[in-house]
Design a protein around this ligand. Structure first.
Ligand SMILES: [Fe+2]
Length: 358
């Protein structure tokens, strides 16, 4: 074996300590070197690039075949620095510091881009440092994640497209209802905008805000089932026509349920005309029996109707709308939702115009 009896550093690295400086320990050394060779063979078959690095200078003590393959280097007797193996996408040298900002003790993990023989690819770089006697060593493992990341990016892009199509479909449905509903001339987007702002002010989570916005856009879809001649009556409705008109929440619920929309969206359609004191329709529910989402949409619906000009009456002013809401607080409308809505109106909330993308 090519080592000197007094080479204590080498012996320490082999884990044999000073007592192994006797030739009687040659067999043990041979065994350990054989184990190391076998370990090297195993590591050469690993798909990940593996570097064993002296710290802090960054000298590579060992690199497996995958590591050499990164930049096409050959295995030579001389040692190289890490930056000789790794290149950034712009061709600059890569060091542990540039990979991890500060390769402090403990495990670090980052996704990094490297220039390789196969072009620029993204790797999950994990680094672990350990003390070996007086020496600090680090293990750097680079796992090629390019295909996985590309697949995830494509999936995210597909989901985004599907979500955009869903939003367009809901908006289109709302526009169709608006085109037909000449009686109320309702602006579904206006209702959705106010309901969304109320939800945000109440601190609802993002997912619930999205559901609230969708439910608001679809809350009057049942108007599609109301005879056109009733919708064209410009003034107050006769009792019989009013009764028919009041069927629209149930018609909407049926339409949405048939398409498998979620419960909150169904509740928004069915319950948005219920009132806290039980004077609403279709079932005269009161108080907490009215789903919260319907209390928000119901109030946003009322405010939008009041503040928008209709062919048969002018729009209420902001002040008179605030007055009417305050009067109905707790009797007709949910008190908490009313308070939030009143704050928004007092702060200058306005409904979106035709080309406003709110
Ligand atoms: Fe309605």
């Amino acid at each position: 074996m090519p080592f000197k009896d007094d080479d204590s550093e080498f012996l320490a690295l082999m884990g044999l300590g000073e007592k192994s400086s006797k030739k009687s320990h040659y067999p043990e050394l041979r065994k350990r070197l054989f184990e190391l060779e076998r370990l090297g063979d195993v590591l050469d078959h690993a798909g990940d690039a593996i570097f064993l690095i002296s710290l802090p200078d960054g000298t590579v003590e060992f690199s497996n075949k995958a590591a050499l393959g990164l930049t096409g280097l050959e295995r030579t007797a001389g040692k190289r620095k890490l930056w000789e193996y790794l290149k950034a996408p712009d061709g600059s040298a890569v060091t542990l510091t540039s990979l991890f900002n500060s390769p402090s003790p403990g495990e670090r993990r980052e996704i990094v881009s490297l220039r390789t023989g196969r072009g620029t690819r993204r790797y999950e770089a994990s680094f672990q440092s350990v003390a070996r006697g007086s020496q600090m060593l680090g293990t750097l493992i680079l796992r090629d994640q390019e295909e996985r990341i590309l697949t995830e990016e494509r999936l995210a892009e597909t989901l985004k497209t599907v979500e955009e199509e869903r939003v367009r479909t809901v908006r289109l449905t709302a526009s169709l209802v608006e085109m037909k509903d000449t009686y109320t001339g309702q602006n579904q987007r206006g209702v959705a905008c106010l309901a969304r702002d109320i939800g945000l002010r109440l601190g609802l989570p993002d997912g619930e805000i999205d559901v609230l916005a969708t439910a608001s856009l679809l809350h009057d879809v049942g108007m599609m089932g109301i005879p056109t001649e009733i919708l064209f009556i410009p003034g107050p409705l006769r009792p019989m026509d009013r009764k028919l008109m009041q069927e629209h929440p149930k018609i909407g619920w049926n339409l949405l349920a048939r398409e498998g929309f979620s419960e909150p969206i169904l509740e928004g359609a069915l319950r948005h005309h219920e009132r806290m004191d039980g004077t609403g329709y279709p079932d005269g529910l009161s108080g907490e029996d009215i789903p919260f989402i319907a209390r928000v949409i119901g109030l946003a619906d009322v405010v939008e109707a009041m503040m928008t000009h209709r062919p048969y009456r002018t729009a209420h002013s902001r002040e008179s709308t605030i007055r009417e809401l305050a009067e109905g607080r707790g009797t007709l409308y949910d008190p908490t939702v009313t308070d939030v809505c009143l704050s928004l109106l007092e702060e200058g909330f306005s409904f979106p115009r035709e080309n406003d993308n709110r």
